[in-house]
Design a binder for this molecule. Structure first.
Ligand code: ZN
Length: 508
């Protein structure tokens, strides 16, 4: 199976133009399993065709947001009408069918206050580039220039940084292709997900402003991210010329270079089919098997080929689209202190509900202390992990449900370690009431609530002021209410301001 980082089929279809590279009807025969399908809003002035170097193009004019939203709706509707599966989770990629990642190439269709990001996520948005090569409310992209670095202008705005963090929370992949160098480093600082360039090449081999320096490549590798090698001849050739007579070996050269520099786990394809001049020798999607054989002929074995063609993309999807699992993977295996304190406060174990059970470490600790546990999570992988970690144990029950939809019986303990901030804000009051109502008198709640000073406040997570937290805890005797309001770091070691409350409380 071949998964690809970028195509512009939706744009061409929306314009009513015939396809050149990516006929879906025949694509499956070439092993094409899908990939990123870009929603792209063209400007009023059509971009120039790929120019002869040297060149340094001015930034195209920004597009109007209402217009961007209209075009995005129309292109998304085209995608929804295609004979493809729209990817919502990594399991949607299956051999023998085409799966499409709904990707915004530039965040222009989004409201700058991010109020519609959740709705787009629900519609299937799983990836976005903060900016294409122009300015928008979130960032400025790199202008097209050769020879040139990508250091052509400023990076992310404050809204852009909020967007990156909101994407982290929702599990939307953030694409750095088309960003300026400053923007790239802004994303690297703001994001806690693997860094991804869906369709960019090695600047060391082709000095285009659209390509990545060695330092950028190294950072993508360290973040466990992926670079999708772009087949656009202007971003492949050392001379940057838009010459369709470019040999396919030029693609192989970039794959090898990036693989040697940062590891074969971090290189994949990002064809730019339907959006660029690609080598005649490749043609289009039908040429993919030839490309794979050319890579194999350079000494890459089956294992490496599998990584380049699909496994690397799937790994990044798995890590990015499931923010909860990523979070729990990186923290230690100790159960949360709030849970341990709550457990110690009981004379005898009873029935506990573990909301957002994640890797299952809290559930395992509860079972180990003699509790019966209902472990609830919105991710099948989390449920699978808990069951695998516990094995056969009649005291464990599981429920696959987002916390907004979860239901559980009357119980003695509700544990929600770092789970409540990620409930839909408009449903938090309802979920909290369910927690309160389900606890028997003398039962306890343990967990975390985020404060309003947290760096992620305003990115679609639930935050409460101290006064509001105290109001939430009115049906309880507070046994622990520790407020953390300090600079710290994310699980990936990036600086972050944390504001949260560690809570243990006994129901009155
Ligand atoms: Zn592009």
């Amino acid at each position: 199976m071949i998964i690809d980082g970028h195509n512009d089929l939706l744009l061409r279809s929306w314009r009513g133009q015939p396809l050149r590279h990516l006929e879906l009807a025949s694509a499956a025969r070439s092993g094409f399993g899908g990939g990123f399908f870009a929603v792209f809003v063209p400007g009023a002035v059509a971009a120039l065709d790929e120019p002869e170097p040297p060149y340094s193009q001015p930034l195209p004019e920004p597009v109007d947001r209402d217009e961007a939203l209209r075009v995005a709706e129309e292109q998304t509707a085209i995608l929804e009408g295609l004979d493809v599966t729209i990817a919502r989770r990594v399991e949607d990629f299956q051999p023998g069918r085409i799966t499409a990642v709904l990707h915004f190439e530039g965040a222009e269709p989004l409201a700058p206050d991010l109020s519609d990001l959740r709705a787009w996520h629900e519609r299937g948005l799983r990836s976005l580039g903060i900016a294409w090569s122009r300015r928008n409310a979130f960032a400025e992209g790199a202008s097209f220039a050769f020879p040139s670095s990508a250091d052509t202008g400023p990076g992310l705005t404050d809204a852009g940084r909020r967007l990156v963090r909101a994407c982290n929370q929702f599990g939307i992949l953030v694409d750095v292709s088309h960003l300026t160098e400053v923007g790239f480093w802004d994303v690297a600082d703001a994001s806690n997900a693997p860094l991804v360039a869906t369709h960019s090449n090695a600047h060391a081999l082709c000095a285009s402003s659209r390509n990545l320096t060695d330092e950028q490549l190294d950072t993508i590798g360290k973040s466990d991210g992926v670079v999708g090698v772009n087949f656009c001849v202007s971003f492949l050739r050392a001379d940057g010329r838009p010459d369709p007579a470019t040999p396919l070996a030029e693609i192989v050269r970039h794959v090898e270079y990036i693989g040697e520099r940062i590891g074969i786990e971090h290189v994949a394809f990002g064809s730019d089919f339907e959006g660029a001049i690609v080598p005649d020798e490749l043609g289009g999607v039908d040429g993919l098997p030839t490309l794979v054989e050319a890579i194999r002929a350079r000494g890459f074995d089956d294992e490496a080929i599998a990584k380049i063609t699909h496994e690397n993309w799937l790994r990044v999807f798995r890590r990015t689209w499931r923010p909860w699992l990523r979070y729990f993977e990186r923290v230690d295996d100790e159960p949360r202190g709030t849970l341990l304190e709550a457990m110690r406060a009981f004379a005898v174990p009873g029935l506990a509900v573990d909301l957002g059970c994640g890797t299952g470490r809290d559930t395992v600790a509860l079972l180990g202390a003699g509790w019966s546990v209902l472990a609830i999570d919105g991710e099948q992988e989390a449920i699978d992990r808990v069951q695998a970690a516990v094995g056969a144990d009649a005291r464990l029950a599981t429920q696959l449900a987002p916390l907004e939809e979860a239901r559980w019986p009357a119980c003695d303990l509700v544990n929600a370690s770092f789970a409540l901030p990620f409930v839909r804000p408009d449903r938090f009051a309802e979920v909290w009431q369910r927690i309160v109502d389900s606890l028997r008198p003398g039962g306890r709640f343990s967990g975390q609530i985020f404060g309003d000073h947290d760096a992620w406040a305003g990115t679609g997570i639930v935050v409460r002021t101290r006064v509001e937290v105290e109001r939430l805890l009115e049906p309880f005797a507070i046994e622990r209410l520790d407020e953390v309001d300090e600079e710290g770091s994310t699980v990936l070691g990036r600086p972050k301001h944390w504001h949260l409350f560690h809570v243990v409380a006994r129901k009155l």
